[in-house]
Ligand binder design. Structure first.
Ligand code: ADP
Ligand code: MG
Length: 265
């Protein structure tokens, strides 16, 4: 069982307690998550890092209310998450934009789906598109955009309801390395401006250290949280922070932790 370090505090904005997830039948089942516990405070940017298949997406889907846990609980502001909620925004690895909708139309998709007035949120969509650097692209279509730009549209869509919590599942994983670094810088800027509570998932140790206030290290089979570390690097962090000894020391500690637990073969 996890030690007290990983227990969720009562005052936390999001609290995960003894969360376990099994897939399959009673005869043959896979334990994807085992006794996961952590909490996130208001305004914190927490990154979960772990190798492919360790249960990161499963964890995110449970937090988003898209999948039930087998045991344990997830609390947002003290209330149990039992289904999708408007106060949680989600960005997935693939931007999943509708090709027949413009940038603005895609950003406003949740508004249309829930039949809310477009007028009220149109201004907000325009403001968010500006925030992510897509001013002037409102009437373009997804096929006219680069992968990075498409993911920015997905980010605007996740932010349209001004969610209390933003969940991001390897959102920049499909981008080339340079665009990815740029997107990480952008995300940091947006986060510093808006102070959203963010849970970001990645398999990249460097990305985790660059972005995080705190990193949770996940190890596989069954997925559990093996380490937790606070990243004390001043912000805003430029990309050159990645070549500093402090940054390297964090990367080394995470890598060693994953090796020790068999997380990296
Ligand atoms: P990650 O996102 O870290 O790569 P996932 O959460 O996608 O990992 O998967 C964790 C484990 O759970 C894997 O072994 C995967 O095969 C299994 N798994 C995920 N979703 C399902 C499902 N719907 N049914 C059965 N097994 C699943
Ligand atoms: Mg995944």
């Amino acid at each position: 069982m996890d030690g007290p370090r990983f227990e969720a505090a009562d005052s936390a904005m999001i609290a995960v307690r003894h969360l376990t997830k099994r897939f399959g039948t009673a005869e043959s089942s896979v334990v994807a998550l085992s006794d996961i516990g952590f909490s996130i405070s208001e305004g914190e940017l927490v990154v979960v890092v772990g190798p492919s298949g360790c249960g990161k997406s499963t964890l995110l889907r449970i937090l988003a209310g898209l999948l039930p846990g087998s045991q344990g609980e997830v609390l947002l502001h003290g209330t149990s998450v039992t289904g999708p909620r408007r106060d949680i925004g989600v960005v997935f690895q693939a931007p999943v934009l509708f090709p027949w909708r413009s940038v603005l139309g895609n950003a406003l998709l949740p508004v249309d789906v829930q039949r809310l007035g477009r007028d009220r949120l149109r201004g907000r969509a325009m403001e968010l598109l500006k925030l992510v650097g897509l001013q002037g692209f409102e009437h373009r279509y997804p096929w006219e955009l680069s992968g990075g730009m498409q993911q920015r549209v997905a980010l605007v869509r996740a932010l349209i309801h001004d969610p209390a919590l933003l969940l991001m599942d390897e959102p920049f994983g499909a981008l080339d390395a340079m665009t990815r670094e740029q997107m990480n810088q952008e995300l940091q800027r947006i986060w510093m401006e808006r102070r959203k509570t963010v849970l970001f998932i990645t398999h990249s140790i460097g990305e985790a250290v660059y972005l995080a206030d705190r990193v949770l290290v996940m190890t596989p089979r069954p997925g559990r949280i093996a380490d937790e570390l606070k990243i004390d690097l001043p912000r805003p962090r430029g990309l050159d922070v990645m070549t500093t000894p402090g940054f390297g020391a964090y990367v080394k500690r995470i890598r060693n932790g994953l090796h020790a637990s068999g997380g990296i073969e």
